[in-house]
Design a protein. Structure first.
Length: 185
């Protein structure tokens, strides 16, 4: 079959034409078809392609603008968040410091209250002890006086009836005893 094609090509080539150049009618009809297709592409397809490309370009530019705006908003939100975080940390530090100061004040007030309460209780105890001492001293004087008068009466064998005189002797004796105790201290 290849042999047949080569034979046909050799016979056509012998007519005197260039085997690489097509015939004139092929060139003419090809040129007419090319002009029609070029006109249709130039008048119909190119405007539509241009409109699609313009719309796509506008959409891309719009999306880029939206992305830039979203990025600016995100950066602003991040800055605001960072500022709020710093403010919250500062406020937390102030609250901690305030709580420490309040704690110190409360401890100082509690110590002061405890000291004043202890002083008051000590003073009350001293007053009560002194009152009980005075009561015991008065009771002791009367009992010692009575016992001394009774013992003196038993020793003498008589009853000492003058209570005022006996009481004066007992009081003088106890006063001398107290004076000797104070002198010994």
């Amino acid at each position: 079959m290849l042999q047949a094609l080569v034979t046909v090509a050799a016979e056509e080539g012998s007519e005197g034409g260039n085997p690489l150049l097509p015939a004139v009618y092929d060139i003419t009809w090809s040129l007419v078809c090319f002009v029609i297709i070029a006109f249709v592409v130039w008048r119909v397809a190119l405007p539509r392609i241009g409109a699609v490309l313009d719309a796509r370009s506008t959409a891309i530019e719009g999306n880029i603008a939206k992305a830039d705006e979203a990025q600016r908003k995100a950066e602003a939100a991040l800055e605001e968040y960072t500022a709020q975080l710093a403010a919250a940390r500062k406020e937390a530090g102030e609250i901690r410091e305030s709580a420490r100061e309040d704690g110190r004040k409360i401890v100082a007030e509690a110590k002061e209250t405890a000291s004043s309460e202890a002083a008051r209780l000590t003073a009350t105890a001293h007053t009560q002890i002194e009152a009980e001492r005075q009561t015991a001293l008065v009771s002791l004087r009367s009992e010692v006086g009575t016992l001394a008068v009774d013992l003196a009466g038993n020793v003498i064998g008589e009853s000492l009836s003058d209570d005022a005189k006996a009481q004066a002797v007992v009081d003088r004796f106890l006063a001398d005893l107290e004076a000797s105790e104070k002198a010994a201290k």
